[in-house]
Design a protein around this ligand. Structure first.
Ligand code: NAD
Length: 487
C-alpha cells in the first residue's frame, strides 16, 4: 500500500522540493510507516523566506482588529475539526484518543483565541517631557521562526502562532520530524480563515532545517520548544545574528506532599503528572517528595491505583488512557533509565517493563513505573526521562525539602499539596520554578504565563506578557519647541 507524501506548506499552498528528499513518519502504537514528508531543501527554504517577507508586509499593515477577526475564524475551524485533528495527533504521537479529543486541539484553539482577543488591545504609551512629548508603538518583529517538540505537536504550533500572528508577524514553523502533520493542517486552516499567503509557512525536516532557521539572517526571532541541550545550541546559533529567543525546555519538577495533604488528591496529581500522555510532558512532577508520616499511605494508594486504573492499548480505543512512547529509540532510552534506577538501588514499586498490549502488540509501550526509596543523587532523580517513570522520595523537614527540591539546574515547574494555606504559599514562593501549582497539577490555561527558571527556559508563552516577546517598542520623540544647538 502506498502512503501519502506531504509537501512543505509555503505561501498559502503546498510546494514541492527540488531535492526529492523525504522522511518517513511512523505510528508509535503500531510501528508502521503512515506517511512520508518532503524535507525543506534550500529551494523550499528560500521560498519560505521570500513569501514570509511578502506575507509580513501585508499582514502587519492589516488593522489588529481585522487580524483578530481572521484568527477567530481559524479558531472556529480548529474547533469544528477537533476530531479529525485529534486523530492526527493520536496517530503521530501514540497518545490516547481520550486525551487528544478534549485537550490537544482545544488548548491550541484557546490560545489563538486569547491572543486574537488581545491583538487590538495592544497600546503604546504617551508622555509629556516638558513641552515636547514622546510616544511608543508596539511593532511586530518581522519574520519569526517556531521550532516544535513532538509531544503536543498541534498545541505547540498554536501556542507559537497565536501570539506571533496576533502581533502582526509572519511565522515559519518547523514541527518535530516525528510529528509533522498537525502543523500542515493548521496552515490549511489559517489559509482558509483568510490569513494571507506567507504569514504562516511550514517547513519540514530534522536538526538541519532547525539549524537553518536559527541562523538565517532574515529571521528576527526563534521560539523553541524542546530539550535543554538543543535549546543551548539554538541560542548559540541565534547569537550569530542576535535574534530574540524564547526557550521552552525540559524539567525535573518536584511535587511536595505534606503530612496534612489530601492524600488521594496528591496521588491523583502524581499520577497525572507522570502518566498523562504516557509521561511525555515537560512539566511532569517526576520527583515526588512525600512527608515521612504519610509516605506509606501515599505509596499504597499509588500502587493500587496505578495497577488497577491504567489501561494501555490501541490509543484510538476510547477506553484506553495510556499510550505508546514516541519512537523505538525513545522507548529504549526510557527502559535504559529504568535499568539505571534498579542498578542504583531504587525499589521498583510497580511497572519497570515494556508492555505488549493485545490491541497494539508492536507499539512502543512502557508500563507506568514507580520507584520508591529514591535518593537525590540517583540518575532517575536527576535527569529528565520524559517517560512514565516516577521517583518517590521521603522528607521530614520543610526547609530541607525546599533545599532538595531546588537542588537542580532545571526549574520548569513545582507543586505543593497541603491544607495549611500559609505553608502552601510560603513553600511555593521559595520554589525556583516558573510554573507552580498549589493543590493541583498540570493545568495550563491560555491566560497563565508558562516558562522555566534556570536552564528550563527563557521568556514565557501564554498570558499577556507573551505579546512583548513578539513585538518591539519604537519610541518617537516629538519636538514641540525649537532645537537648542551649540552649532
Ligand atoms: P528536541 O530538542 O530533540 O527537538 C525539538 C525540535 O528541535 C525538533 O523540531 C527538532 O527537529 C529540532 N532540532 C533538533 N536539533 C536542532 C538544532 N540543532 N537546531 C535547531 N533545531 C533543532 O526535543 P524533543 O525530543 O522533540 O522534545 C522533548 C523535549 O521537549 C523534552 O525535553 C521536553 O521537556 C521538552 N518540552 C518542553 C516544553 C515546554 O513548554 N517547556 C514543552 C514540550 C516539550
Amino acid at each position: 500500500m502506498t502512503t501519502p507524501v506531504y509537501q512543505n506548506f509555503i505561501n498559502g499552498d503546498f510546494l514541492k522540493n527540488q531535492s526529492g528528499e523525504t522522511f518517513a513518519v511512523k505510528n508509535p502504537a503500531t510501528d508502521e510507516v503512515i506517511y512520508h514528508v518532503e524535507v525543506a531543501d534550500s529551494f523550499v527554504q528560500n521560498a519560505a523566506i521570500e513569501s514570509a517577507k511578502q506575507g509580513f508586509a501585508v499582514w502587519s499593515a492589516i488593522a489588529p482588529i481585522e487580524r483578530s477577526r481572521i484568527l477567530l475564524k481559524a479558531v472556529a475551524l480548529l474547533r469544528e475539526r477537533n476530531d479529525l485533528l485529534a486523530k492526527i495527533e493520536v496517530l503521530d504521537t501514540g497518545k490516547p484518543w481520550q486525551e487528544a479529543e478534549c485537550v490537544d486541539v482545544q488548548t491550541g484553539a484557546d490560545v489563538i483565541e486569547y491572543f486574537a482577543g488581545l491583538a487590538p488591545a495592544q497600546v503604546g504609551q504617551q508622555q509629556m517631557v516638558g513641552e515636547d512629548f514622546y510616544y511608543t508603538r508596539k511593532e511586530p518583529l518581522g519574520i519569526c521562526a517556531g521550532i516544535g517538540a513532538w509531544n503536543y505537536p498541534l498545541q505547540i504550533a498554536c501556542w507559537k502562532s497565536g501570539p506571533a500572528l496576533a502581533a502582526g508577524n509572519a511565522l515559519i514553523f518547523k514541527p518535530s520530524e516525528e510529528t509533522p502533520l498537525g502543523a500542515i493542517k493548521l496552515a490549511e486552516i489559517f489559509t482558509e480563515a483568510g490569513v494571507p499567503a506567507g504569514v504562516f509557512n511550514v517547513v519540514q525536516g530534522a536538526a538541519e532545517v532547525g539549524q537553518w532557521l536559527t541562523h538565517s539572517p532574515d529571521i528576527e526571532k526563534v521560539s523553541f520548544t524542546g530539550e535543554v541541550g538543543t535549546g543551548k545550541k539554538v541560542v548559540a546559533s541565534a547569537a550569530g545574528t542576535l535574534k530574540d529567543v524564547t526557550m521552552e525546555l525540559g524539567g525535573k519538577s518536584p511535587l511536595l506532599v505534606f503530612e496534612d495533604a489530601d492524600i488521594s488528591q496528591a496521588v491523583s496529581a502524581a499520577m497525572l503528572g507522570n502518566f498523562y500522555t504516557q509521561g511525555e510532558i515537560c512539566t511532569n512532577c517526576t520527583r515526588i517528595y512525600v512527608h515521612k508520616s504519610v509516605y506509606q499511605q501515599f505509596i499504597d494508594e499509588l500502587k493500587t491505583r496505578t495497577e488497577q486504573n491504567i489501561v494501555a492499548g490501541d490509543p484510538l480505543d476510547p477506553s484506553v488512557n495510556f499510550g505508546a512512547l514516541i519512537s523505538k529509540n525513545h522507548h529504549n532510552l526510557v527502559m535504559g533509565y529504568i535499568e539505571k534506577g534498579i542498578n542504583e538501588g531504587a525499589t521498583l514499586l510497580t511497572g519497570g517493563k515494556a508492555l505488549r498490549p493485545e490491541s497494539a502488540p508492536n507499539g512502543y509501550f512502557v508500563a507506568p513505573t514507580v520507584f520508591t526509596d529514591c535518593t537525590d543523587d540517583m540518575t532517575i532523580v536527576k535527569e529528565e526521562i520524559f517517560g512514565p517513570v516516577m521517583s518517590v522520595l521521603v522528607f521530614e523537614d520543610e526547609d530541607d525539602v525546599i533545599r532538595r527540591a531546588n537542588d537542580t539546574h532545571l526549574g520548569l515547574a513545582a507543586g505543593v499539596f497541603t491544607k495549611d494555606i500559609k505553608r502552601a504559599h510560603r513553600v511555593i514562593h521559595q520554589m525556583q520554578a516558573g510554573i507552580c501549582w498549589i493543590n493541583s497539577y498540570g493545568n495550563s490555561p491560555a491566560e497563565m504565563p508558562v516558562g522555566g527558571y534556570k536552564q528550563s527556559g527563557i521568556g514565557r508563552e501564554n498570558g499577556i506578557e507573551t505579546l512583548d516577546h513578539y513585538t518591539q517598542t519604537k519610541s518617537i520623540y516629538v519636538g514641540m519647541t525649537d532645537i537648542e544647538s551649540p552649532f
